[in-house]
Design a protein around this ligand. Structure first.
Ligand code: SAH
Length: 240
């Protein structure tokens, strides 16, 4: 997320810039570039940022779009209108996938247009891709802050998936460990007087289904078996 810059082109209302700063900070983005803002900073801008003023203090101000994105290897422009001219188009999720992947090694810019008129054709053509937030075809233009919110949310979700992947790579228990757990569970339930050995099949089937659904990993199996041993009053018991 450190390599992703939000660029606002000729924003008219200071309040919208504040709302953008807030949306960015909520979603863990912190680099804001302003191209010729009409009013900045204003009181309303600070008020709408509501605690995200650090982003406003550090925002860079530029004369033109080229200057704001000069160091970016990937530039994606957000447009409310689907263009008739063919230009590579992305939806917000595809945009986030591409941006987060590219931001691993390069600077990436996401460019948002003016409140009334959006981005000019020349500005859109300065972008490698366009991103469009699907909306009501008869009323497709979101407020600037809201548009930044939607795109930033997708960016955060995408970058989060990256950091979550080690969790997904946990070592799931194999068939032998699961069987060891079930045998131990059955014995422990008998030992504590919960299970009648003559009628254990039905309950054990349900419990197995529960544990299979949970897809426990090796550490979790150890924890569960530790609990069972403790319940049996034999913490050091080892049954397989
Ligand atoms: N009336 C303008 C929209 C301006 S809204 C127009 O028709 O282009 C201000 C900015 O918010 C837009 O330039 C765009 O960057 C972003 N935006 C608003 N709605 C959007 C949408 N549905 N998809 C993508 N970006 C959007």
């Amino acid at each position: 997320m450190k390599n992703i810059r939000i660029v606002l082109v000729e924003t008219s209302h200071g309040g919208n810039i504040g709302a953008v700063a807030r949306a960015m900070k909520n979603m863990c983005l912190d680099e804001l570039a302003l191209v010729a803002p009409r009013e900045f900073p204003t009181e309303e801008c600070m008020a709408r940022a509501s605690g995200a003023d650090d982003i406003l203090h550090e925002a860079s101000v530029h004369q033109c779009l080229d200057e704001a994105v000069s160091d970016c290897a990937l530039v994606i422009g957000a447009s409310a209108r689907l263009r008739s001219v063919s230009w590579p188009q992305l939806d917000p999720r595809e945009c986030a996938e591409l941006a987060v992947q590219r931001a691993g090694s390069d600077k990436v810019a996401l460019v948002f247009g003016r409140e009334r008129t959006g981005l000019t054709n020349a500005e859109l053509e300065r972008c490698n891709y366009l991103v469009n937030i699907p909306a009501n075809p008869d009323y497709s233009s979101l407020n600037l802050g809201m548009a930044v919110q939607v795109i930033s949310y997708e960016l955060m979700m995408q970058s989060g998936q990256k950091t979550q992947s080690p969790v997904e790579m946990r070592e799931l228990a194999g068939a032998a460990e699961m069987q060891g757990l079930f045998d131990h569970l059955e014995q422990a339930l008998e030992d504590i007087g919960f299970l009648d050995p003559r009628k254990s099949d039905k309950l054990m089937r349900r419990l197995k289904r529960l544990f299979y659904r949970a897809e426990p990993d090796m550490d979790e199996i150890k924890i569960l078996r530790g609990i069972l041993s403790a319940a049996q009053g034999r913490k050091s018991a080892r049954r397989n």
